[in-house]
Design a protein around this ligand. Sequence first.
Ligand code: ATP
Ligand code: MG
Length: 221
Amino acid sequence: MNTKGLFITFEGPEGSGKSTQVRRLVAHLQEVGHEVVCTREPGGTPTGELIRDILQHDKSGESLAPETEVLLFASSRAQLVHHVIIPALDTGIFVISDRFVDSTTAYQGYGRGFPVDDVLKINDFAIDKAIPDITFLLDIGVEVSMQRLHKRHQGGAQLDRIEREEHSFHEKVRHGYLELAKRWPERIYLLDGMRSEDELEEEIWGKVSSKIHHHHTTDDF
Ligand SMILES: Nc1ncnc2c1ncn2[C@@H]1O[C@H](COP(=O)(O)OP(=O)(O)OP(=O)(O)O)[C@@H](O)[C@H]1O
Ligand SMILES: [Mg+2]
């Protein structure tokens, strides 16, 4: 996006380390004096949080049609883009999103088999011009992803609807993410999520720092 702030997203399967790296990147940015807004997907606005609840817990007991699911994700995202992301970027605030449009493409498109180009079209409408400046894709295998999730759920949290999907679904999602990284190599930065948290933090910060430098020297602000 050609705005004053940078828009950075984190993607990858469950347990790949997105939230861990979001926290670390936000701390670095704040340390050097940047104002940061952190959003999460789906959710991030009051309306979006209501939609998140529908998507994750299926309280009604009714299964969601794939079309409904795609549109609910896109609705939550449209709200977030127009009420939070664009206003922040326009005033020079950095926006970090824990999941964004690539999650929908990977999960609903590649995972559930909804036509990928339709998913992209619906989301283009929802996000307007809010294309991330950089996306960090943390890649891990399905086994490790499941192990990390189970470790977390021993703490008592319940598995949500998407986390309970079968192994082959998660394989398709991972494959989908890797396809997206090939399609947009200039935007999506692929990282091996098996590396240590500290190593990943350092590489991400290096990349973001150079992006900030480039952004400041090419934009007139
Ligand atoms: N590089 C890493 N190596 C080993 N373990 C990690 C690494 N990064 C995160 N973890 C651990 O894996 C678990 C999941 O991490 P985190 O919550 O950051 O992942 P996530 O991608 O945000 O997951 P979700 O998609 O479920 O939100 C946590 O217990 C975290 O401590
Ligand atoms: Mg997380």
